[in-house]
Design a protein around this ligand. Structure first.
Ligand SMILES: Cc1cc2nc3c(=O)[nH]c(=O)nc-3n(C[C@H](O)[C@H](O)[C@H](O)COP(=O)(O)OP(=O)(O)OC[C@H]3O[C@@H](n4cnc5c(N)ncnc54)[C@H](O)[C@@H]3O)c2cc1C
Length: 452
């Protein structure tokens, strides 16, 4: 059922003011990571209205989970927050978070997009973002955002700086939805914003162009049988390490291992876990792991001065500006030990994580009795990217990354006029490349609008 339409009638009004000879000069950006945010701000600053559709409750994407970023080691949130705030406050950007594209019809200049707005069970018009409901909610569950190392209330925002700063209720974790009792959030909310009866609803937007910036995921640690199928608690992935190192994370930024909270004195980092492995996992290079593993090892040493970091690697790919110097500094000044070779097995022995591998430079077997292991797992597309590509009528490659019209000369266009791609939705990228890709997509949209 297509419900409502305050939004629908608003969108019809703007469509009239933005349309020239029936060509609507308003854009939709799907995905609110750094790529989607960058494209939205560019388009908004160019004078065009933008509808930004994000499936999570707030924008920011994976960068929201990062602690510091290579190659400058500046705080990710200090770089990101001004951008999320600018997006949230931009007069020409309309945020539709906790929303997903349901259906797309039409063509360049007149796409009609039906969007599902998921039930938050909180009336965001009334909610002031005071946070009382989150403080008082008695239900605590493993937080997906903190890679299951921290706890999250049943009513939650993704981060303290969430944009928009509006909570949602996870019905799977909420005592009212599960057991018909509690209702603490409803009792405590000073403005009566809790609405357990709220349903998903649909809105329709008409836009002239679409930028798809739905980002990436990581291949789960439990895919790796040789590393214990995710059952060794002190074997974590790179995003989990980012959360451990974050002041807003589960250990308030102290490097403590998940099993017992001890400070790990020997940490093994393993690059190319699932990347460049055509026989078993992904054949492609995930492009950012060499750099973020070097970053992780350095950040670990900054916090645990007497700790030892080992990095197992195949090659070191540090091709960006200042990247090679960043890696060299880690090796020469911070005592990080690089071991060239693959790891064959990881297993638990008492409270240690034993890592077996081979140093291919010396030809010798290596065994490290570590306290924690960090896997740089392959970047993969978000699981619904292929389905979204189908709705948009654009192509995805065999892995599910979106396919550009031409690899070298048309890197942000697709085969469908008016639909563009940006960021890691097209393939693994670091932040600088994702932003440049998004800037290019936004400028292509503006070029298209300028022609009409
Ligand atoms: C462990 C780790 C550390 C890293 N460290 C660094 C670093 O130090 N420096 C650096 O330059 N890079 C780093 N990166 C890479 C960086 O995370 C990416 O370059 C960046 O996040 C890409 O941004 P994006 O917007 O393309 O994708 P994402 O950040 O993935 O954002 C995509 C957004 O789209 C949303 N979305 C997904 N599907 C849909 C849908 N169907 N509908 C609506 N919305 C949807 C997602 O919820 C998300 O908000 C690191 C990556 C990892 C894994």
């Amino acid at each position: 059922m297509l419900v409502v339409s305050k939004e629908w009638s608003e969108s019809r009004q703007t469509e009239v003011s933005n349309s020239h000879n029936g060509f609507i000069k308003k854009a939709m950006v799907i995905g609110g990571g750094i790529a989607g945010i960058s494209a939205s701000i560019d388009l908004g600053n160019g004078g065009y209205e933008v509808v930004l559709v994000e499936k999570l409750p707030s924008i920011g994407g994976r960068m929201l989970q990062l602690s510091e970023t290579f190659p400058t080691l500046d705080c990710a949130q200090c770089t990101l927050t001004p951008k999320t705030v600018e997006t949230g406050q931009h007069p020409l950007i309309k945020l539709l978070t906790y929303s997903e594209v349901d259906r797309v019809e039409g063509r360049a200049g007149d796409f009609r997009v039906k969007i599902r707005r998921k039930a938050a069970y909180v009336d965001w018009e009334k909610c002031t973002g005071c946070g009382l409901c989150q403080q008082k909610c008695p239900s605590k569950n493993p937080s997906e955002f903190d890679r299951a190392m921290g706890l999250e209330k049943a009513i939650y925002t993704l981060s303290p700086q969430a944009v928009p700063n509006k909570p949602v209720i996870n019905p799977n974790h909420c005592r009212y939805f599960q057991e018909q009792k509690c209702k603490v959030c409803q009792k405590i909310c000073p403005v009566g914003a809790i609405d357990y009866e709220q349903q998903d609803r649909f809105v329709e937007e008409r836009v002239g162009a679409i930028v798809t910036a739905v980002g990436f995921d990581l291949i789960p640690v439990k895919s790796f049988g040789e590393y214990g199928y995710g059952e060794v608690p002190d074997v974590i992935d790179g995003l989990a390490f980012e959360r451990l190192n974050s002041a807003s994370g589960p250990t308030t930024g102290e490097i403590r291992r998940p099993s017992d909270g001890k400070i790990p004195k020997e940490v093994v980092f393993i690059q190319c876990t699932g990347s460049r492995d055509p026989e078993r996992y992904m054949p492609y290079c995930s492009r950012v792991c060499c750099m973020y593993t070097g970053k992780h090892a350095r950040l670990y040493k900054h916090k645990v001065h007497d700790g030892q970091a080992y990095i197992f690697y195949m090659d070191i790919r540090s091709t960006g500006k200042g990247y090679e110097e960043f890696i060299q500094q880690g090796m020469e000044e911070e005592g990080i030990l690089y071991l060239r070779g693959r790891v064959s097995r990881i297993f638990r022995e008492r409270d240690k994580v034993i890592v077996w591998g081979v140093d291919t430079l010396t030809g010798k077997k290596v065994e490290v009795s570590a306290d924690m292991v960090v896997l740089a797992t392959a970047m993969i597309p978000q699981k619904d990217t292929k389905e979204l590509a189908g709705k948009l009528g654009i192509k995805a490659d065999e892995y599910g990354f979106l396919t550009e019209a031409q690899r070298k000369l048309r890197p942000v266009e697709t085969d469908i006029e008016g639909i563009f791609i940006a960021g890691c939705a097209q393939g693994p990228k670091d932040i600088a490349d994702a932003v440049a890709h998004a800037n290019a997509a936004a400028s292509k949209v503006q070029g298209l609008f300028a022609k009409h």
